[in-house]
Design a protein around this ligand. Structure first.
Ligand code: RM4
Ligand code: MN
Length: 393
């Protein structure tokens, strides 16, 4: 591509300045596979320290002003106090993620469990998460259910859908008028035969039943290999039901690697759909979140890298010449249309982003700035004692 002209540059940088990416509290804590959790030095010991780390990512990148919480991993006595602490650090608390997948009671499911007592307990947790949102000022309740079955005949598929619908209804009805329910799907794991919310269609059907403030979450790692995720993005955008992304990368299944590391072209294609639909602006209501685990790489730099990867994919998507693309499409010019998209993808946007950061008073290279900042040494020293945060495995 010839270098973008001044007008294009102005449009692209304006959009990039307005971009918002939410980082996940759990990515700052220890994580692992089912085989091993490798502890790292300097990892936060409590939600306050996770918030502090998230604030550093925002200070260096300028585009990550909120952090998502996961309950009970981020349980504190006073959520308003945690929100005030976040504010002092220059960020806000974002989506509240419910967790109904780690208690022994949930062996046969949470909200779809055949036992009404277990269902009641799970719904109680979802409602508690809405109380927490009230205290933190969070807009979004994000629900992911590990519910499903491992063997044909284990439980009644339709009955489980009914139980799911009832739980979602009760939770949705508890929300305030400015709050949303975000429903996430996942093809499989930990259930291996049948998952109760396995795909966007099921999530969408439940959201339709609930009402307008129920929206679908696309976790990029939650599909069968080869799934055209940008198609799902386009369909949900058209229906006004795309609420959020959980960005990460995968080579095989739900690998939770850094977004943009396995398939940067896919991330670009997703962002093209977003940009073309005018859905990048915060007012469009789509939460661009990361959902990742940094099992072997240092966590804060990995999160900074991920944020930069989303930013780069977005910059490239913004460079797609929409007029030229539409003209080629109208003319049935297959190769021409494809060339417009590929020209944008093949543009090196790193100089543009460095310049943008300098204009914003940021270091043009956030990775290098973090390495120089001394923050890593500081947290290693300060957090040497005590119990590190993590979700265990
Ligand atoms: C799930 C899902 C959720 C996340 C948990 C930790 O696979 O992606 O979004 O909260 O993992
Ligand atoms: Mn997710």
């Amino acid at each position: 591509m010839t270098q973008p002209d001044a007008q294009t540059l102005g449009r692209v940088t304006r959009a990039l300045r307005a971009q918002r990416i939410e980082t996940p509290s759990w990515a700052y804590g220890n994580s692992g596979t089912r085989f091993k959790v490798f502890a790292q030095e300097g990892v936060p010991r409590d939600p306050y320290e996770k918030v502090a780390d998230a604030a550093v990512v925002h200070q260096l990148t300028g585009v990550a002003p909120s952090v998502a919480l996961h309950i009970p991993w981020d349980r504190v006595d006073d959520y308003a106090d945690l929100a005030a602490f976040a504010k002092e650090q220059g960020i806000t608390l974002g989506a509240i993620n419910a967790n109904v997948f780690q208690d022994d009671d949930y062996r046969l499911g949470s909200v779809t469990n055949p036992d009404p007592g277990v269902r009641r307990k799970a719904i109680g947790h979802l409602l508690e998460c809405v109380d927490i949102m009230d205290a933190t000022g969070s807009r979004d309740l994000k629900l992911w259910f590990s519910d499903g079955t491992n063997y044909p005949g284990q439980d009644d598929i339709r009955a489980r859908q009914d139980r799911l619908a009832a739980a979602l209804r009760e939770t949705y009805d508890r929300l305030g008028v400015d709050q949303r329910l975000l429903l996430e799907y996942k093809l499989f794991e930990p259930a291996f035969y049948m998952t109760d919310v396995p795909d966007w269609g099921t999530a969408y059907a439940h959201c339709l039943e609930l009402g307008e403030r129920a929206q679908v979450v696309i976790d990029t790692g939650h599909h069968a290999p080869g799934t055209n995720i940008e198609f799902i993005v386009a369909v949900l955008l058209r229906a006004g039901r795309l609420g959020a992304f959980d960005f990460n990368s995968r080579f095989y299944a739900d690998d939770d690697l850094m977004v943009g590391s396995a398939d940067p072209f896919q991330l670009f294609r997703i962002m093209v759909e977003i940009v073309q639909a005018g859905a990048l602006v915060p007012e469009a209501g789509i939460a661009f979140m990361l959902d990742q685990c940094h099992n072997i790489e240092p966590k804060i730099p990995a999160i900074i890298r991920s944020v930069l990867n989303v930013q780069e994919a977005t910059a490239k998507a913004l460079l797609v010449d929409a007029l030229a693309l539409a003209a080629a499409q109208r003319a049935g010019d297959v190769l021409g249309a494809n060339a417009v998209v590929m020209d944008a993808y093949n543009t090196d946007v790193r100089p543009l982003l460095r310049e943008l950061r300098t204009e914003q008073g940021l270091d043009p290279d956030p990775m290098a700035a973090y390495a120089r900042s001394g923050y890593d040494d500081k947290i290693r020293a300060e957090r040497a004692d005590g119990q590190q945060a993590g979700w265990g495995a």
